[in-house]
Design a protein around this ligand. Structure first.
Ligand code: C2E
Ligand code: CA
Ligand code: CA
Ligand code: CA
Length: 280
């Protein structure tokens, strides 16, 4: 159409410019927010059944915006990834989570969770400096490497290359590797042949319908079998109801994470699990 009118791109280019401008603005805001200390890390329990001990916590970032309140990572992580700020932000998140975990260990002793799990984006993992940066953070914070799990998505490691190399290096340090949102990618099972992995985080989409007699329950069953068969640890994500927890337990899942056990919080409760159904 642009060619026909002789006015190239007139119809869409202003909109694109606007979107690009919005993106650039948000990117600059993120940079300033990091400098100003406006990000916080919250922690969600991962509980071990039976008993409900908090075996681990997942670190999740939040943006505490002075005007707009708490902003979800879904809204700014993609922008930070695109602008490259995720490298700096991600390093801050990792350091903060490791410091916090070391603090809990010092403070709580055996009542502290065994490990903290930190999300790492493709962009961070692709940098050859990443494993060294993790080693520095572990050394600085005094956190034993076995107390850290790095969560990566299937897409981040799909291409192989540097990302997979990084996972081998992290593993050599003693850090655990978790595959996040497992089962939602294009080659979930194929990856297990080539990528060093310790933990499979079975995606919420399977957990949501695990109580129904449909294909989701069949897949949830298959995934725990793969996990057990390969000697991996499975974590079921997004568990919201006691019925889901019971169905997962019956399938063989022993590590569960979700609102049923606790929302992400700056100060999670490491006492015994609440009775099913009570609010976090
Ligand atoms: P994710 O890594 O899959 O994290 C799990 C998300 O599910 C979290 O959302 C968590 O709050 C939410 N969730 C946990 N249990 C339940 C439940 O029972 N029901 C429901 N409806 N949701 C539940 P959150 O914190 O908003 O994070 C969204 C995504 O943003 C994360 O998905 C992750 O991909 C990304 N993200 C969060 N923090 C970080 C970070 O520090 N670094 C990076 N690179 N990405 C992050
Ligand atoms: Ca995760
Ligand atoms: Ca996930
Ligand atoms: Ca997810």
């Amino acid at each position: 159409a642009a060619k026909e009118t002789g006015e190239p791109y007139r119809h869409w280019s202003p909109a694109l410019d606007e979107r690009a401008g919005e993106h650039a603005r948000l990117g600059a805001e993120l940079q300033a927010a990091l400098q100003a200390g406006h990000f916080v890390v919250v922690y969600q329990p991962i509980v071990a059944l039976p008993g409900g001990r908090v075996a681990a916590v997942e670190a999740l970032v939040r943006w505490r915006h002075p005007q707009r309140g708490l902003i979800s990572p879904a809204q700014f992580i993609p922008v930070a990834e695109q602008s490259g700020l995720i490298v700096e932000l991600g390093a801050w998140i990792l350091r903060t989570a490791c410091e916090q975990m070391a603090g809990w260990r010092a403070e709580l002793g055996p009542a502290a969770p065994d490990r903290v799990s930190v999300n790492v984006s493709a962009r961070q993992l692709a940098r050859p400096q990443f494993p060294g940066a993790v080693a520095d953070i572990l050394r600085d914070t005094g956190l034993p490497p076995r107390c850290l799990t790095v969560e990566v998505t299937e897409t981040a490691v799909f291409g192989g290359g540097q990302a997979v190399q990084a996972l081998h290096q992290l593993r050599a340090l003693g850090v655990r590797i978790a595959l996040d949102d497992f089962g939602t990618g294009h080659s979930s099972l194929g990856l297990l042949q080539t990528v060093p992995v310790d933990v499979l985080k079975v995606d919420k989409s399977f957990v949501d319908r695990v109580t129904e007699a449909g294909r989701h329950a069949v897949i949830a069953r298959a995934l725990i079998q793969v996990s057990d068969g390969l000697g991996l640890t499975a974590v079921a994500e997004g568990v919201e109801t006691a019925e889901q927890a019971e169905a997962l337990y019956d399938l063989g899942y022993r590590l569960l994470q979700g609102y049923l056990y606790g929302r992400p919080s700056a100060a999670p409760d490491f006492g015994a699990a609440r009775p099913p159904g009570s609010d976090a």
